[in-house]
Design a protein. Structure first.
Length: 549
């Protein structure tokens, strides 16, 4: 009886594997992973012996016709066999000096329920006998391989759309250092995106789907610029004459950009916007979630201000909240960003001081304005102050090294990195990192204060890590953008994109991505403070300098 039961179970398993229907999404998702894996791992494919993109396009019709797991798996098995034998080599030893970072690495999909055991074994064999790159690692490399191939795709054809999706998904899968901290698993993003890719009716719909997909990286270095189609009508955007900050689901005006227009509508710093064209600011925040690239919520709320204050129509109804009451203004917005067309840009052109001495002998440096050539004068002017406030609520101009030499008594390591390990795609290695400062007995002896917030992005965060090693350094402000490191950028037909290319960590390997630089004292601007014209973060810094509290 037991023997009969086992036979029946065996037959049931074979029937289930052989005849169960599989969906289009299941087939293409699995094909995407196999195609990408072979692209980077198979010795002959990775070595460029095949037109790998063309091979995919040729196999897609066969994959489309596959009805069962057995048929689908056999197509992939035969495809691998057609590439020729993979030479079995001695076990690839990991160099002793290499320390791996493996939080992104996952080839468990080899055991996909759609795959036969034979196919799974073939994939594992290729992993064990994989292509060995001439480089062990590097911060810059051609991860797309022959990028020019993707400048002539016709996105109106489903095969071209599938190819572009597969190319992009696999580059992220194997060469994006922060895949492990995404909100959503990259596998799931692929499964969710595929049906939309197949259903798009034209090029612009396809590009919109790809852009939404790219936001799932949760990386502020990601950009996805869609170029206007040649010959297609282009409507110039118009803007509210100021910018602002989102506080408690309200948009508070913080800077006037179009003086004349703002004056015409009596718009002032501190005004609170509650609705735009009938939509609450919270509605506007929520509807842009799939359109903006940001590493954390603080950065997202900073970036979403621009689209909220941008319109395709000149006639815009804005509702302001004043003294607890709504005040509606029917406004006409203009493109004041173009200084050659009108005068509205002059408000954004106000000169900002590079450095100065505040009351009580406290130095102040605007890191977003000061340049390397200004550093000697800054040091001479501020070297005798009792404290220096470095305002880094901006993007510095590569001045970290000279300033660090002034602040630090010795050389310190302030960052370490993970680079893609090209001999084992998907795995990363730790590098030696970066030092700043130098042996300097005459270094600055006063207090060092760094002001940070969501505007502190990438180089600003990296610079803050450097200055923090100087010693008597305190960080005051709020969460930074959480987007550190370099950015890889790529050009394709009708769009330009990129992402963080290396992982950035503190020397003790604490994370920075999405977390940002954590302040010692957290301070956020308030609506009341903005209305009163106060810089509450700077005020808190000055209080700390005097009281150490």
């Amino acid at each position: 009886m037991q023997k009969i039961t086992l036979i029946l179970l065996f037959l049931f398993t074979q029937i289930t594997f052989g005849y169960a229907k599989i969906t289009e999404t299941e087939k293409l998702s699995a094909t995407c992973k196999v195609w990408g894996f072979l692209k980077y791992y198979h010795p002959k494919v990775a070595n460029g012996e095949f037109n790998w993109d063309q091979q995919l396009l040729e196999k897609l019709p066969k994959i489309d016709k596959a009805q069962t797991k057995e048929e689908f798996s056999l197509i992939l098995e035969n495809w691998i066999d057609e590439l020729g034998p993979v030479k079995e080599i001695a076990p690839i030893a990991m160099p002793k000096e290499i320390q791996l970072f493996d939080k992104n690495f996952d080839l468990s999909w080899f055991n996909n329920k759609l795959f036969s055991k034979k196919l799974s074994k073939k994939l594992k064999f290729i992993e064990d006998n994989r292509f060995q790159s001439g480089e062990e690692f590097g911060p810059d490399f051609d991860s797309f391989k022959n990028l020019k191939n993707y400048l002539n795709l016709d996105y109106n054809k489903s095969d071209s759309r599938i190819l572009m999706l597969f190319v992009y998904w696999n580059v992220i899968e194997y060469f994006f250092p922060y895949k492990y901290v995404m909100d959503q698993k990259w596998d799931k993003t692929l499964e969710q995106t595929l049906p939309f890719i197949l259903d798009t009716k034209n090029e612009l719909e396809f590009l919109a789907v790809m852009k939404r997909m790219s936001t799932k990286l949760n990386d502020g270095h990601v950009m996805f610029h869609i170029y206007p189609r040649l010959g297609a009508p282009y409507k110039e955007p118009v803007y509210f004459p100021a910018t602002g900050k989102i506080i408690d689901d309200k948009l508070v005006v913080t800077e006037i950009l179009g003086d004349s227009l703002a004056e015409a509508y009596n718009i002032k710093i501190g005004d609170v916007i509650a609705k735009i064209n009938g939509k609450t600011i919270k509605n506007c925040i929520d509807e842009n979630r799939d359109l903006i690239h940001a590493s954390n919520e603080a950065s997202y709320l900073n970036k979403v201000v621009t689209p909220i204050l941008t319109s395709d129509s000149k006639n815009v109804k804005v509702e302001f909240l004043k003294e607890g009451k709504l005040e509606i203004k029917e406004m006409i917005w203009f493109n004041y960003h173009d200084s050659h067309r009108n005068e509205f840009k002059k408000g954004a052109m106000k000169k900002k001081e590079k450095f100065k001495i505040l009351d009580n002998n406290i130095g102040y440096v605007n890191m977003g304005v000061i340049k390397p050539k200004n550093i000697p004068d800054m040091i001479e002017a501020l070297k005798s102050t009792k404290a220096i406030v470095f305002d880094m609520r901006n993007y510095p101009k590569e001045t970290y090294a000279e300033i660090a030499n002034f602040l630090s008594p010795k050389e310190n390591k302030f960052a370490t990195y993970t680079y893609p390990y090209l001999n084992y795609p998907g795995r990363y290695i730790w590098t030696e990192g970066t030092n700043c400062g130098s042996e300097n007995k005459d270094n600055y002896k006063g207090k060092v204060i760094l002001l940070l917030n969501e505007y502190a992005f990438s180089q600003s965060e990296w610079t803050a890590m450097c200055f923090k090693t100087a010693g008597n350094t305190s960080i005051i402000g709020s969460q930074t953008a959480g987007t550190d490191g370099n950015a890889f950028e790529f050009e394709f037909k009708q769009f330009h994109t990129g992402f963080s290319g290396i992982g950035v960590y503190y020397p003790d390997k604490r994370e920075t991505q999405r977390i940002g630089i954590v302040p010692d004292i957290e301070v956020k601007p308030t609506i009341k403070g903005i209305q009163e014209g106060r810089d509450e973060v700077l005020e808190r810094a000055l209080t700390f300098i005097e009281t150490e509290k």
